[in-house]
Design a protein around this ligand. Structure first.
Ligand code: BDR
Ligand code: CA
Length: 319
């Protein structure tokens, strides 16, 4: 048997971050060494509380949860989007957490955990990149202990979801996204293009809410909340697709492309621009560009199945 991959998750739980955590915590191929929280889908305190409550609900082992940046590195950031509900988790009426957070700031927790690790660790970043950018700026040599960053953020060919050209995690903290994506560390970017591809229907979500497992019931409630918010008969597994890419990379199609994060003010601030030209040598390209692996497409049935297995709810999610 191959050893589980050591990972750290950075989240803004957040309904779809909750789905991602359910998948990661259930996967025997991942060894979750810690979870760091950052403001994004809701305020930092709510993110921490949601994360701890979710771990309580599934009776998770005592994985450390550390609170980090309560705002972007430079700018005030965006208001919490209404789509996640008043508590960021679809207002399911979940109880207050029983378990406690770690005593350290997330950036210090990441530095210590990475430094102490025997081997480089994979970071799964599902939120604005404020914690990770601070880590890389404060401790530049820590990159040696990072195996790869899987980052949910940006758009490749798809439209934005926060501005016409920009995705939420990048738009909330564009400077942080630029620092991380231009760091030169190995990055797999999971943009809105694959994010939009893995769906769960309203009927399936209803079936999930009747499941035996607490995680499946919460997942069903979250998906139903999104269906109702958007008035759609389906919703997305969202951030959980990024985790699926780590667990099962063969389900993802990737392409290596140079990326630039637009930082100037105006309508394209926070857009991820890719150099998709066939010939780039000798052609003008101003600003910072770094090649990243971009997930352009995923095998949706394969990732739905991963999710169904993780939730222990194969019968609720049809092929
Ligand atoms: C991203 O922003 C949040 O709404 C989701 O949790 C996801 O990480 C999608 O733009
Ligand atoms: Ca998120």
């Amino acid at each position: 048997m191959t050893e589980a991959l050591p990972v750290l998750l950075d989240v803004d739980t957040g309904g779809d971050d909750a789905l991602a955590l359910l998948l990661a915590m259930a996967s025997p191929t991942l060894d979750v060494r810690g979870i760091t929280c950052v403001a994004g889908n809701c305020a930092l305190e709510q993110v921490v509380s949601n994360t701890l409550t979710l771990l309580d609900a599934i009776d998770a082992p005592p994985v450390p949860v550390a609170a980090g940046m309560d705002r972007p590195v430079l700018n005030p950031g965006l208001p919490a989007p209404a789509l996640h509900g008043g508590d960021g988790m679809g207002d399911l009426g979940l109880p207050a957490p029983r378990r406690c957070r770690a005593g350290e700031h997330a950036v210090e927790f990441l530095r210590r955990t990475l430094s102490d690790a025997d081997e480089p660790v994979t970071l799964i970043c599902l939120a604005p990149l404020s914690n990770i950018a601070m880590l890389l700026r404060m401790y530049p040599r820590i990159g040696e202990k990072i195996e790869r960053l899987y980052v949910m953020g940006g758009t490749y060919a798809a439209p934005g979801n926060t501005t016409p050209a920009g995705e939420f995690n990048v738009c909330h903290d564009p400077e942080a996204a630029s620092i991380v994506l231009q760091s030169g560390l190995p990055v797999t970017l999971y943009p809105l293009d694959p994010f939009m591809q893995v769906r769960i229907t309203e009927e399936e979500a209803k079936a999930l809410t009747q499941s035996k497992g607490a995680g499946a019931r919460i997942a069903g409630g979250i998906i139903l909340h999104y269906c109702r918010f958007f008035g759609m008969a389906f919703s997305l597994i969202g951030d959980a697709g990024t985790v699926a890419t780590v667990i099962d990379p063969e389900g993802a199609t990737t392409v290596g492309k140079p990326v630039h994060v637009e930082l100037s003010s105006g309508v394209t601030r926070g857009a991820t621009v890719f150099d998709r030209r066939i010939l780039t040598d000798g052609f003008a390209r101003e600003g910072e560009w770094t090649e990243v692996d971009v997930v352009t497409k995923v095998d949706a049935p394969r990732y739905r199945k991963l999710m169904a297995v993780a939730l222990g709810a194969l019968e609720a999610l049809d092929e």
